[in-house]
Design a protein around this ligand. Structure first.
Ligand SMILES: C[S@@+](CC[C@H](N)C(=O)[O-])C[C@H]1O[C@@H](n2cnc3c(N)ncnc32)[C@H](O)[C@@H]1O
Length: 203
């Protein structure tokens, strides 16, 4: 079992309790269509090893499988066991990894792509997560942090929830500095009202 602070435990309980019916509540067809469009825009090559960090019920796994094909290895990581219970139904071949993004139980240089969709603000130690993304990526690999909303809307959305209150994206300068310090290069960030797309490469 991994180490957690009281705040992490409260957040984890919140997501455990939210797991049943998560997709039905949060991913109606129009949101799913926008999600597919966002991920398709990344130009993911087939056959990659991909880590979905903060995967929840595995909502984006079918999208990733559709793009990356049967040869791709999909790893779905989350700190909520109840969320992870949904993964097998989304992609029976995906490996569910019960862990925190701050302590990823993978060897160095193992994955080609880390995708973090709609989860980064909830991680309690952002610099540690950036360092872990760097460590598990192969040279030339890419980390992407994605949302269907900009950072200001994300902040307002979480404000109203006791368990996730204060879960924000770092500001643009902080995000770029954090990933640079972790070792990444070729950093780009789009932070608009309806999307957040951060991308960084391991040299
Ligand atoms: C808003 S949900 C999004 C889930 C999924 N990506 C989606 O779009 O449906 C955020 C997820 O992050 C997970 N999470 C929170 N803190 C985490 C951590 N430190 N490490 C890994 N997962 C974490 C939660 O359990 C939850 O499943």
């Amino acid at each position: 079992m991994f180490s957690e602070s009281e705040r992490d435990r409260r957040r984890c309980r919140f997501f455990d309790e939210a797991a049943a019916g998560w997709e039905e509540r949060n991913y109606p067809p129009e949101i799913m269509a926008r999600t597919e469009e966002l991920i398709a825009g990344l130009g993911i090559a087939p056959g990659l090893t991909i880590l979905d960090a903060g995967c929840g019920r595995g909502v984006i796994l079918p999208v990733l499988r559709g793009i990356s094909g049967p040869e791709a290895r999909l790893l779905a990581l989350d700190a909520s066991a109840s969320m992870l219970e949904g993964v097998a139904a989304k992609d029976p071949a995906a490996l569910a990894v019960f862990a925190r993004a701050e302590e990823i139980p993978l060897i160095d240089s193992y994955v080609d792509l880390v995708l973090c969709f709609s989860a980064f603000p909830h991680f309690s130690d952002h610099p540690a997560v950036a360092r872990e993304f760097f460590r598990v990526l192969k040279a030339g690999g890419r980390a992407c942090v994605l949302h269907l909303a900009g950072s200001e809307m994300i902040r307002r959305h979480h404000e109203g929830h006791f368990a996730v209150h204060g879960d924000c994206m770092p500001d643009a300068q902080g995000m770029l500095a954090m990933f640079s310090e972790a070792g990444f290069s070729r950093l780009t960030l789009i932070d608009e009202e309806d999307r957040y797309v951060f991308s960084a490469f391991k040299p």
